[in-house]
Design a protein around this ligand. Structure first.
Ligand code: SF4
Ligand code: SF4
Length: 346
């Protein structure tokens, strides 16, 4: 299928956003206390589609909520009755504006695990019903390293529609998937389709963007070296500083550990599904009291090896998209970029 690129200018982009918000359930980065989180919006001025990456939370919770009630139940001597299963508030057709390229890629990485041995139908439905429109990533932030990883940031089809700045105030709106093409046919009336010269211009813009990265790594080299670094002393060094707060996993677009907890008062109970982390000492604690990862360095090793060795072996992609969110949020300044480079060399 031919995918169309449209050309406009900032005012046209604003009108495009306004038309989307008027006719679709729309989410976008909304500022609160200096941070941006994706919220449902009713008018475009409420949001900032090009919010700064370092202050912007991931879109992951719109597909995999931080904590959600799975059901309510009543347990008596006669048996257990489920009294309420909550309707999924994220299952409807919707559009997300202002999604960073790395964050959109995070969903493609998560798709692998969600379509693996157990099909999570809630996740699948949320994915199918969502149109993702990217932010205009123009400049790498301090901890970004997305261009060093195993996906083509320039041509990425992780978003359905890409918004890209051109020269002289031009803005390109480009379909990247079939779903995006159909969406634009319905929502970009009034914008003009453009041609090959636009692609050349976008290429130049991308070259300027990729030249702005401070952090660069050779992921193939890292994947190869880490396979033989299971006993690296660098894991102990990192773990010594880690306070096991789990923040790195909670903010990460690709981490997907969760726990199921029951809160019960007498006969009535509520079951929740909430984020967890392999950095949590209780994550692998078994019913008999045995814990295969009792030491912090083993848990950190699991985190790093899962991201750069095990997931890659199983699904062919790294469980990291180079967004830098974990580093920005870590209270003791641990950088995954530095850790995997350090482990690869010790
Ligand atoms: S591990 Fe860190 S850099 Fe990699 S995707 Fe997760 S939050 Fe982003
Ligand atoms: S955010 Fe930092 S301190 Fe907290 S668990 Fe992750 S690495 Fe450890």
């Amino acid at each position: 299928m031919n995918l169309t690129t449209y050309i406009t200018e900032p005012a046209g982009l604003q009108s495009f956003y306004e038309a989307i918000v008027a006719t679709n359930e729309t989410y976008a980065p909304v500022e609160k206390l200096g941070k941006f989180d994706y919220k449902q919006i009713k008018t475009p001025p409420e949001c900032q589609p090009d919010s700064p990456i370092e202050q912007t939370m991931s879109i992951k919770p719109l597909f995999f909520p931080k904590s959600a009630r799975v059901m309510k139940y009543e347990a008596t001597a006669e048996g257990t009755d489920v009294t309420d299963t909550t309707e999924d508030p994220l299952a409807g057709k919707r559009v997300i504006l202002g999604v960073k390229h790395c964050d959109a890629r995070g969903l493609q990485v998560l798709d692998e695990v969600y379509k693996w041995d157990y099909i999570d139908t809630d996740y699948q439905k949320r994915r199918e019903n969502t149109i993702i429109i990217s932010a205009r990533c123009e400049q790498a932030a301090t901890h970004c390293f997305c261009t060093s990883l195993d996906y083509d940031v320039e041509q990425s089809d992780a978003m359905d529609v890409a918004v890209i700045n051109g020269l002289d105030g031009k803005v390109y709106i480009q379909a990247r998937t079939e779903k995006g093409e159909h969406f634009l046919k319905e929502n970009a009336s009034g914008l003009a389709a453009t041609n090959g010269s636009a692609l050349e211009e976008m290429k130049k813009q991308y070259q300027a963007f990729s030249g702005s990265f401070r952090l660069k790594m050779d992921y193939k080299e890292i994947n190869g070296k880490m396979q033989s670094r299971f006993e690296s002393p660098a894991f102990e060094e990192v773990a010594t500083n880690c306070v096991s707060c789990n923040t790195c996993a909670f903010v990460c677009p690709t981490c997907h550990c969760f726990k199921i907890t029951d809160e019960r008062i007498r006969d009535e109970g509520v079951r929740y599904k909430s984020y967890d982390s392999c950095n949590n000492i209780y994550f692998t604690l078994m019913a008999g009291g045995h814990n295969p990862r009792p030491a912090k360095y083993r848990r950190w090793r699991q985190r790093a090896m899962h991201k750069f060795v095990y997931y890659k072996e199983r699904f062919g992609v790294n469980l990291c998209v180079g967004c830098g969110k974990c580093t920005i949020s870590c209270p003791v300044n641990i950088s995954i970029f530095e850790v995997v480079n350090q482990v690869s060399n010790v």
